[in-house]
Design a protein around this ligand. Structure first.
Ligand SMILES: Cc1ncc(COP(=O)(O)O)c(C=O)c1O
Length: 381
């Protein structure tokens, strides 16, 4: 028997492929987006303590109240928006689950969803599984800015949703206030919904304002706003995230969430709630922490033949290698891993129609010693 695939074009993700190749060749892995340093010991102690104290059974479906309350306080602190913790905040098993559930809550068969390439790889399969169609708008180097006129022209009677991601993986582009205003205008004018993927929300650099769909009331009223404690607290393996959405949208979201995971890892919810309550500086200091890493990595790569692209936020840096090689970016990344022992991600995999640009993505959420070792190898090329 052959099962008819619902995702015929999907294979093993490039992230798994590159991490595997990095391990095989003992290369420094700057490909997949996760830190190689430890989270705060307080967080680890809290996780162990809650588990030992018996918090090991199913959490309430929308999240434990203490964490919902802390998320509502965080939204208030960062964006001055008051949300109802009980009705508008849902804890999920990573941002990936929140994105999947939000897409499933909105998209009906035949609906179109506007996504911006380069795009995070989980969006399109989720849209396709609902019978929807992703309409791709390609953003280009060096700034990867959105042309909102082009977006307006891509909207049809079937468009139901716009999916945005700021700070942006993989380009490090961050929305300006005008980007948010333009998005809000289109969403209102065409009666659309928005999913705002804000997993890097606390990593905005160079004193730029940290903005969110939460800051724009009319947009927030039609948005599912998604974030990830994996990114914020350096614990990507805990897969803990959340979705903030108005009560009516959250109610639909929860109908699906309850049958996808029902609830998320209980002791981690308690541990993260404590961190948010007792260590707010961990979140507010994150931009400075990662800006230092970006600056350090940029400095140590200064002598290399890569041309570095601007990075305004997130923990990714794009680098143009056209001065080094004529290889396409997938072949270049394989060569880089095998010959120079540094793994990166080719940019083309984030596009529906790959561009010919010679650009790769490095993750700088690494110890300075890792970044130094990688830079030494990269500068030798
Ligand atoms: C843009 C973006 N969205 C969502 C996610 C998924 O987050 P999580 O690990 O919390 O599922 C990632 C992870 O890399 C990401 O880069």
């Amino acid at each position: 028997m052959t099962l008819k695939s619902k995702l015929p074009k999907v294979g093993t993700t490039i992230f798994s492929q590159m991490s595997q190749l990095a391990a095989q060749h003992q290369a420094i892995n700057l490909s997949q987006g996760f830190p190689d340093f430890s989270p705060d010991p307080l967080l680890l102690d809290a996780l162990a303590a809650y588990s030992q104290q018996g918090f090991n059974q199913y959490a309430p479906m929308p999240g434990i109240p203490a964490l919902q309350t802390q998320i509502a306080s965080l939204v208030q602190r960062c964006y001055q928006r008051t949300v109802n913790a009980e009705q508008e905040v849902t804890v999920t098993s990573g941002a990936t689950e929140a994105l999947f559930v939000a897409i499933n809550a909105v998209v009906q068969p035949g609906d179109e969803v506007i996504v911006f390439d380069p795009a995070y790889d989980s969006y399109e399969p989720a849209i396709n599984l609902c019978g929807g169609k992703a309409v791709h708008i390609a953003l280009t180097a060096p700034g990867y800015r959105i042309n909102w006129q082009q977006v307006a022209e891509a909207i049809t009677l079937r468009t139901r949703l716009i999916l945005v991601n700021s700070p942006h993986n993989p380009t490090g582009m961050v929305f300006t206030p005008q980007d948010w205003i333009s998005l809000q205008q289109l969403v209102l004018k065409h009666n659309l919904y928005c999913i705002s993927d804000e997993v890097y929300e606390h990593m905005v650099f160079d004193g730029a304002p940290q903005l969110s769909a939460n800051c724009f009331a009319d947009l927030a009223a039609r948005s599912f706003i998604v974030s990830s404690f994996g990114k914020t607290f350096h614990v990507t393996g805990w897969k803990l995230g959340y979705c903030v959405a108005p009560a009516a949208l959250s109610a639909e979201f929860r109908k699906i969430h309850q049958y996808v995971t029902f609830s998320s890892f209980t002791p981690a919810q308690h541990a993260v709630a404590d961190m948010l309550a007792q260590q707010p500086q961990q979140v507010s200091g994150l931009a400075r922490f990662y800006q230092h890493k970006r600056d350090h990595f940029v400095n140590v790569l200064h002598a290399s033949r890569f041309t570095l692209l601007p990075c305004q936020g997130s923990y990714f840096l794009l680098a143009d290698y056209s001065a080094i090689s004529d290889l396409d970016d997938v072949s270049f990344c394989q060569w880089l891993t095998k010959e120079h022992k540094v793994a990166a991600i080719p940019l083309s995999v984030f596009y529906q129609t790959p561009l010919t640009a010679r650009i790769v993505r490095f993750c700088f959420a690494k110890q300075d010693s890792t970044l130094n070792a990688a830079a030494e190898a990269l500068c030798r090329i």
